[in-house]
Design a protein around this ligand. Structure first.
Ligand SMILES: C[S@@+](CC[C@H](N)C(=O)[O-])C[C@H]1O[C@@H](n2cnc3c(N)ncnc32)[C@H](O)[C@@H]1O
Ligand code: SF4
Length: 473
């Protein structure tokens, strides 16, 4: 029987069977953060400004931490209706040069706080669509940054590319500059879905771009898919996943479609055609089972990697970390975010730039940096951040390790949270031993819910007038 009419479905993970009911999904498919940071961005405060951030830069310089640089390039030629990123949509490319002038000013300012002795171990251009820029603009911008920072010989140098606007010449320029990682947006290959979200991207276009990238020597290729888009069905999505597998990506991000129409009005256009609840979960199951079946390792939440990919190796060795770009192997690096809306994540502080282009531009012109809000972590925040990050990266936390590291008695400190673990254990999401909280393979799917147990800010955020987070599934 076609199980699209059933109120329960079976999920097979590592030859173990789980029965997922509507009621189970209702319990866990709730609004919740993705924990790219803890505390999450809505907790950050607007009284944290550029002077505070420069104080934090000075501390990082004194600690000689390794450096991660992120630059946000917000432009796209057209709007994909599902998009929740911070974008500036314009076909008129004349907006790019003034933006690049401002960004360079910010790069110059930030570089004064980072001595040459500190290696850049990670460099990332995100967006928007960085390849909206011409190859010449990219070369100029990268050259400007490379003159001001020193790159480690094995630095990860990555970029997000939209195959629809990325030429062979773009790839050649990027490779020449030293980029070694590409992340390509696919979302879904299905024609009806592509039409509904205003993103027409034939399979052949993506296939050819990846073939060129491999021929040029890009070492690591990631692709993004989204489940839960309008008109998606598990049957059609199965075909998209099979097509994706023919591209042999090193990593796959299988994002849950984040429906946030209160922030992104255009998403309302297809609201009545969205698969929800059980149907959305069935689409995810299709991706999960197919990627696992093809030998990918489930890193957690929305990420898969080939078993020999360094992300998968790091997870097995427990050296995996998480920052605003998602999972990473680069431990201890301070993230300096530049560009409109960019986020910085330092040892014990976060900061974000203005999200509107005019305000960002004005602030950089006046002050060199454009901090809109930020946050200094308390001792309690640091402990909870470490706990949540370990849950998300390793799917296990050792109580004794955290107790020693943070000088607390774990059981006493987290008594209220531990008391709320019981239903998670009953639902086979978590295994709880004397010294360990371990998230099961099933629990990795709902790991945002497990992490949320340890987030005391969430209660207050749930009372907010408008919802702050998308649903966890
Ligand atoms: C900056 S875009 C990637 C680069 C390029 N702009 C592109 O679309 O190919 C980052 C990724 O965010 C994901 N994304 C955007 N909006 C989303 C949403 N509402 N829910 C889930 N994922 C989303 C997409 O998978 C997209 O590829
Ligand atoms: S998904 Fe990518 S190309 Fe589409 S609007 Fe968002 S950032 Fe731009």
């Amino acid at each position: 029987m076609n199980d699209s009419r059933q109120s329960e479905l079976t999920l097979e993970l590592n030859r173990e069977k789980f029965h997922i009911s509507e009621e189970f999904l209702d319990r866990y498919n709730r609004p919740g953060p993705r924990y790219t940071s803890y505390p999450t961005a809505p907790v950050w405060q607007e009284d944290f400004g550029p002077d505070d951030l420069e104080g934090v830069y000075a501390q990082a310089e004194a600690a000689r931490t390794p450096v991660s640089l992120y630059m946000h390039l917000p432009f796209c030629e057209s709007l994909c209706l599902f998009c929740a990123c911070n974008v500036v949509i314009t076909k008129d490319h004349s907006s790019a040069p003034p933006y690049l002038t401002t960004l360079k000013r910010e790069i110059e300012h930030v570089s004064r706080f980072v001595s040459r002795a500190r290696p850049v171990v990670q460099f990332h251009w995100g967006g928007g669509t960085p390849t909206y820029l011409t190859p010449a603009q990219m070369e100029d911008l990268f050259g400007y940054a490379a003159e001001r920072f020193s790159f480690a010989p094995d630095a990860e140098i990555g970029i997000e590319v939209d195959p629809r606007v990325t030429s062979l010449q773009h790839l050649e320029s990027l490779r020449k500059l030293g980029f070694n990682r590409l992340s390509l947006g696919i979302q879904d290959f299905d024609a009806q879905v592509q039409e509904a979200v205003h993103r027409i991207q034939p399979y052949e276009m993506t296939r050819d771009l990846i073939a060129h990238a491999r021929a040029l020597g890009f070492g690591s290729i990631n692709v993004d898919l989204i489940y839960g888009l309008p008109f998606q069905t598990s049957e059609h999505f199965a075909r998209s996943v099979e097509q994706t597998l023919t591209l042999d990506p090193d990593r796959v991000a299988l994002f849950s479609y984040a429906h946030v129409p209160w922030l992104r009005k255009q998403q309302g256009a297809f609201a009545t055609h969205l698969p929800e609840g059980m149907e959305k979960f069935r689409i995810f199951r299709t991706g999960l089972e197919k990627f696992l079946g093809a030998g990918y390792q489930y890193i957690g939440m929305d990420h898969f990697a080939k078993p020999d990919d360094e992300l998968a190796v790091a997870q097995r060795n427990r050296t995996l970390h998480r920052n605003f770009q998602g999972y990473t192997t680069k431990a201890g690096a301070d993230l300096y975010g530049m560009g409109v809306s960019a986020i910085s994540g330092m040892e014990s502080s976060y900061a974000q730039n203005y999200r509107e282009l005019p305000r960002y531009t004005e602030a950089v012109e006046r002050r060199g940096i454009a901090t809109m809000r930020g946050y200094r972590l308390s001792e309690d925040d640091l402990l909870r951040r470490a706990l949540i990050s370990r849950l998300l990266c390793h799917a296990v936390i050792r109580k004794d390790v955290l107790s020693v590291e943070f000088d607390v008695n774990f059981d006493e400190y987290f008594a209220p949270e531990l008391a709320r673990l019981a239903p998670f254990v009953e639902d086979r999401l978590v295994e709880y031993a004397t010294n360990e909280i371990r998230v099961t393979l099933l629990g990795r799917i709902f790991i945002r819910n497990v992490a949320a147990l340890f987030d005391p800010y969430l209660e207050k955020q749930r009372l907010a007038e408008k919802p702050l987070f998308s649903k966890t599934l």
